[in-house]
Design a protein around this ligand. Sequence first.
Ligand SMILES: [Zn+2]
Length: 235
Amino acid sequence: MRDALLDLFLGASCVGCGLPGRTLCPRCSHDLPTRPQHVRAVMPSPSPPGLAPALTAAEYADPLRRMILRHKEERAFGLAAPLGRVLAAAVRVVLEPLPPGVVALLVPVPSRPAVVRERGHDPTARIVRAATRLLRHEGHPVAMSRLLRQRRRLADQAGLDAEDRAANLRDALAVRPEVLRRLARSRVPVVAVVCDDVITTGATAREAQRALSDSGVPVGAIAVVAATRLRRPPG
Ligand SMILES: [Zn+2]
């Protein structure tokens, strides 16, 4: 009864365990995969040719799946920071061999403009911003850059197989020239890390990588909050 009343008044319950009061309770927040040992290479099968090393700390399964959806679709902005912590775990592993003086540019894969309009926010950019803030606070040389934009209308990727996704995505993304010029003027050596919420076939990440590489921006890796398929250690 008390819980039901709390739920009614606060209008929120933990996305992980259902505990009323907060969108993510401290216990579920603590249990998120944010440590280096959680980070795995992602291996879409088949993998798009030339895909940069892709890393994630989490499998696309509950409660993380629910967190991603609630953040994206119900604008539960309080989940951006915990999702950013999960993303940051993968980015930290990418940063380990970074040469001195080089800045890692975290580049969010842009959401479809229709999605941004409909939901009133770009969920991936919001998560990447949270991860960037955390990593900078820890002293890592990272910056977020919204270098990419959608060049044309895309069909919804959901329900398409790997081949159709690749065709749907061909030349779909482009670099924003004004952001690229600003980057060139800064003369800071950078390596881009393509960031997304979920990786499935790798087609979107590969297209982001292509758009950046074609504009002369080196891509070091792909980091995602969660992956639908993970490469398991042998045995
Ligand atoms: Zn909980």
